[in-house]
Ligand binder design. Structure first.
Ligand code: SAM
Length: 234
């Protein structure tokens, strides 16, 4: 399957295994991952966030109930909400999730914005689990015709050591553990040398790190800067 499908399948597999009830997808774009996740009815709340409201609006109505959902009503309620907003900004509605996914998002942020992102996601919203995927630049030698980054909007592409060093710093600062993996395998013989095409970090919040209210410096006020674009309940 194409790589974007493999990345989303990685999330689906994680959801089937860990059964999170509240899931947020940051940088959800046209909501493709959310559309797959809505079939996993252990999930009670699904939230998508993207800075580009136009992308969200394009396909968001596909998240509504199918006629089968009316014919076979379930007792498990699902609430879906989509927001236009930046992952560099704190919004109180994003706190306390079981799983936050950031699929091919961080490489679109400047390094300054990446610092804000880490503080917001790991330091403020404090989900139990976070899945972060990003290109592995070591794999680029195997991509034919590629010169420079894989996408014109990428601000950086990291090798495995760079991703690891960022992830371990986040863990140290915000009280998480991380496991490294990936999707998109290199041909046999080259796997150790270049790694996966997409590198993935799966972060788990350490015990005893339940979020405890305000961060120093935010005055404790509740903030809702994101704009609600879509909301459905069924
Ligand atoms: N996650 C999707 C997927 O798996 O196919 C799409 C990833 S797309 C390559 C990156 C997305 O991140 C874009 O939709 C872009 O608008 C969004 N994005 C970039 N900067 C952002 C920010 N500061 N806050 C929220 N979303 C952002």
């Amino acid at each position: 399957p194409p790589l974007h499908r493999q990345r989303h399948q990685f999330v689906i597999d994680f959801v089937m295994k860990n059964k999170p009830r509240r899931v947020a997808d940051l940088g959800c774009s046209e909501c493709r991952l959310l559309k797959q996740l809505k079939f996993h009815r252990e999930i009670e709340q699904l939230v998508g966030v993207d800075v580009n409201g136009g992308k969200i609006k394009k396909k968001m109505h596909g998240l509504g109930p199918l006629s089968a959902d009316y014919l076979q009503p379930t007792y498990d309620q699902l609430q879906i909400e989509l927001y236009q907003g930046s992952v560099t900004q704190r919004d109180a509605r994003l706190r306390g999730f079981d799983l936050v996914t950031c699929i091919e998002l961080i490489e679109h942020l400047t390094l300054t914005d990446l610092e804000h992102f880490s503080a917001v996601v790991f330091g403020y919203t404090t989900p139990v689990n976070v899945i972060v995927s990003t290109p592995n630049s070591e794999f680029n030698v195997l991509l034919p015709g590629l010169s420079g980054f894989r996408d014109r909007d990428h601000k950086f592409e990291w090798n495995r050591a760079e991703f690891k060093s960022w992830a371990l710093k986040v863990c140290f600062e915000y009280g998480y553990d991380v496991e490294f993996t990936g999707v998109g395998e290199a041909p046999p013989g080259q796997q150790d040398c270049v790694g996966f095409c997409t590198q993935i970090g799966v972060f788990h919040r350490r015990r005893g790190r339940d979020h405890c209210g305000a961060l120093p410096g935010d005055g404790g006020e509740t903030v809702f800067p994101y704009t609600l674009l879509y909301s459905v309940n069924y």
